[in-house]
Design a protein. Structure first.
Length: 300
């Protein structure tokens, strides 16, 4: 259940904010205040897709992941995960530089993913100075009565100067507005912790992330199911360069324990390569992807 602090802030904001949705966004903007180490934890199942230049979206793979995001000066030692099939064996998290991560295999079908990572309790264990040594359960369960719990893959649309633009004809001197097909499975969070999320990320040809739409609880704006677009500033684009763009739709089941927000998620991402026009300065052109910024782009 949500902590008292969260519910008090939410109740106050419901009387002063423009809408209940805005109240949730305001609460989820700042890091948790009753502990100073963890931003949030998440475990989920996801499908990854590739969008062609013509707009066709095709499946790449299915994947399980778990992550622990730290506050700016946060720490978490001895972090591990137990899955329903690990029989008590603790799988250690690895530090990616921006989160503690555990990645399962990549599978050709959702059935294979389900066999390896079934619905059930996923137990996070970690030792943080402001919390102590704790275990925290994230329970994955299909949000739909029938069929897949993973939402439909988004289709990505690009716009500059109010006009549709082809992925291989991006003007690096103009802001790039990214939109997507409807996130029909997205909804508000009945607990008021954080609504279903949406992420837009752009990496360069060397896999370096150049634009990110933000995450909750990090004192930065972020996107939810209710948002319709994200603008990549022209300053992020160079002439004669190829970039990797992704849009993710994530359905969440939220909990709050030890004052740490936790998400069980079913998510889907679409990847699209884009290319800028113009003439590059000497030594700055990059016309092919040299390193993927996200391993979800793997073709099985």
């Amino acid at each position: 259940m949500p902590g008292k602090f969260l519910m008090v802030v939410l109740a106050l904001c419901l009387t002063a904010c423009d809408s209940p949705q805005q109240a949730v966004i305001d609460v989820a903007m700042a890091p948790p205040t009753e502990q100073t180490d963890i931003t949030f934890i998440v475990a989920g199942k996801t499908s990854n897709h590739r969008q062609s230049l013509s707009g066709e979206v095709s499946v790449l793979n299915f994947h399980f992941f778990a992550e622990v995001f730290l506050q700016s000066d946060g720490e978490a030692q001895d972090s591990s995960l137990e899955t329903p099939l690990s029989q008590g064996v603790r799988i250690p998290f690895a530090d990616s530089g921006y989160a503690l991560e555990m990645h399962g295999g990549r599978y050709k079908s959702e059935a294979e993913l389900e066999a390896a990572y079934p619905d059930g309790d996923y137990i996070f264990r970690y030792d943080a100075p402001s919390i102590g040594a704790v275990s925290q359960v994230v329970t994955l369960g299909n949000p739909n009565a029938t069929g897949s719990g993973i939402p439909k893959a988004p289709q990505i649309y690009l716009n500059q100067n109010g006009k549709s633009v082809a992925p291989d004809n991006i003007d690096p001197q103009q802001d790039l507005r990214v939109t997507w097909s409807e996130f029909s499975a997205g909804d508000a969070d009945p607990l008021g912790i954080v609504d279903d999320l949406l992420f837009v990320i752009m990496g360069d040809c060397d896999g370096v992330r150049r634009a990110h739409s933000g995450r909750p609880f990090e004192n930065t704006p972020y996107l939810t199911y209710a948002d319709e677009s994200f603008v990549i500033d022209a300053s992020r684009l160079l002439p004669e360069n190829v970039y990797q763009l992704s849009v993710e739709h994530a359905v969440l089941d939220t909990t709050l324990e030890h004052n740490v927000p936790a998400f069980a998620t079913y998510a889907t991402s679409t990847f699209l390569d884009i290319r800028t026009t113009g003439e590059a300065e000497p030594g700055t052109a990059c016309r092919s992807i040299r390193k993927k910024f996200d391993a979800g782009q793997a073709v099985l």
